[in-house]
Design a binder for this molecule. Structure first.
Ligand SMILES: [Zn+2]
Length: 454
């Protein structure tokens, strides 16, 4: 590379294959990656001779990729794992299972640690998360060291009534949730790994006046708005009945549809909605596994063809971005009716990395491996039988790798995962505390924890 030579390196990986995510030089074989002061300082076949290096790790047979940017999650909803996916709809709308409004701060902390751990272990170096108790969950997830884009779940509907079919708006709820999001943003302002946003829930759970308030706050404080857009038929019908328009049109009319808007799911979008998103520079957050598990597909080929930036997220499903790339590719090909040049492993890999970085406005610092960018990277063990032979690294990564193949993860050059274990937290304790919290919560919801499935 032609970048200036660093004076020394804190860390040097040698003998690795590197998928950079950079168009000019997408792949390096049997190469070296050097880190200085948390930034990538060297990428090349071999380091310059004589360079002082604090730590050298020889990792033959491994593949290094940028950290995955997993932008739309609700880590607390690990509490409905194994159940919610079979109920047909988002947990917050579903009667008979525990709700965010039922969770105590201690339980929230336990579930958030579990969710964040799972995502980190599978290679997510940034997790966007919004839900209730964001003050304590942000703290709990930050303990792991990964990057966060957190928010409170912001809405002015009374969520306790939504599962019973009642959309009752209460300005006091709106004030409380938006104030919470803004207080969180203020508290973490300037933190090098935390980029708060406003988790505006959806166009059906936020009144138009409230959406205008959110738009004003987003613009004056330069905060992203992470929302659900075209997530369900219920949302679409509610919004149409109330406003006579689509959710996308409502976002446009209230000043939200722009480069700061991150629309989660994007299933129920008309061609006109997609054109509006593209014109506005809004981002689509594609959640293919949640969508497909509930029998739905987002029109990603149309979104991509219109020029909308697409990022990926695992949401309430297993936090494995590696597996998710496969879902993104397969669900697009199902819609295209075959394999074509527009939907190849490099495209979904770009969505899982740079797509998220762009959506969050962080494309200059994360999302690919380039000199000067943050040293956020994942080391995969490609010596395993399902990853041999290494003819096409991206092909193997997208079609056969799993999050479980992640061996090490670094953020700012700091090891957060070594040998598939988190470095900052006791994984056994995280799992035990989440299991205990789930027993309490499901018990309180009136369903025996061990009740067999009918
Ligand atoms: Zn969501």
């Amino acid at each position: 590379m032609t970048a200036p030579l660093p004076p020394r390196l804190d860390l040097l990986l040698t003998g690795v294959d590197i998928v950079t995510g950079e168009p000019g030089r997408p792949e390096l074989r049997d190469a070296t990656l050097g880190v200085l002061a948390g930034r990538i300082a060297w990428l090349g076949d071999a380091p310059p001779p004589g360079l002082p290096v604090a730590q050298t790790l020889a990792l033959p047979g491994r593949v290094v990729t940028p950290g995955f940017v997993n932008v739309h999650n609700h880590a607390i909803l690990t509490m409905v794992r194994g159940v919610a996916a079979d109920l047909g709809f988002a947990p917050s709308y579903t009667p008979g299972i525990p709700k965010g409004t039922d969770v105590t701060p201690d339980q929230a902390r336990a579930f958030a640690r579990l969710g964040a751990c799972e995502m980190l272990l599978s290679g997510s170096t940034l997790v966007g998360d919004n839900f209730v108790h964001a003050d304590v969950t942000t703290e709990a997830m930050a303990e792991l060291g990964l990057r966060l884009a957190p928010s409170w779940r912001v809405h002015d509907v009374d969520f306790a009534r939504v599962a019973h079919g009642e959309w009752r708006f209460d300005p006091a709820i709106g004030r409380r949730t938006l104030d919470g999001a803004l207080a969180l943003a203020e508290r973490w302002r300037g933190h090098p790994r935390i980029t708060p946003n406003i988790g505006a829930h959806a166009a059906d759970t936020c009144s138009e006046d409230f959406l205008r308030e959110i738009a004003a706050a987003s613009s004056s404080l330069d905060l992203r708005v992470n929302t659900h857009l075209g997530q369900s038929e219920v949302e679409v019908e509610r919004v149409r009945a109330r406003t006579g328009r689509t959710s996308t049109q409502v976002f446009e009319d209230t000043g939200l549809l722009g480069p700061r808007l991150m629309g989660g799911h994007c299933i129920y979008l008309s061609d006109d909605d997609i054109a509006r998103m593209a014109r506005a520079g809004a981002h689509a957050i594609h959640i293919p596994k949640c969508n497909a598990a509930s029998g739905r597909l987002a029109p990603t080929p149309k979104l991509a063809a219109a020029g909308v930036n697409i990022a990926l997220a695992t949401d309430t499903q297993h936090g494995d971005m590696v597996e998710l790339m496969r879902w993104a590719l397969a669900t697009a090909r199902v819609q295209r009716g075959g394999v074509d040049d527009d939907w190849q492993p490099a495209h979904v890999f770009g969505m899982a990395t740079m797509g998220g970085a762009r959506a969050l406005g962080l494309a200059d610092s994360i999302g690919s491996l380039a000199i000067g960018k943050c040293a956020d990277f994942v080391v995969f063990d490609f010596r395993r039988p399902h990853l041999v032979p290494r003819v096409d690294l991206l092909g193997n990564l997208v079609h056969t790798a799993q999050g479980r193949d992640v061996e090490h993860v670094a953020v700012d050059g700091e090891w957060l995962v070594r040998d598939s274990r988190p470095t900052r937290i006791d994984l056994g304790r995280v799992c035990a505390e989440a299991e205990q919290a789930a027993r309490e919560l499901w018990g309180a919801a009136g369903r025996s924890y061990w009740e067999p499935r009918r």
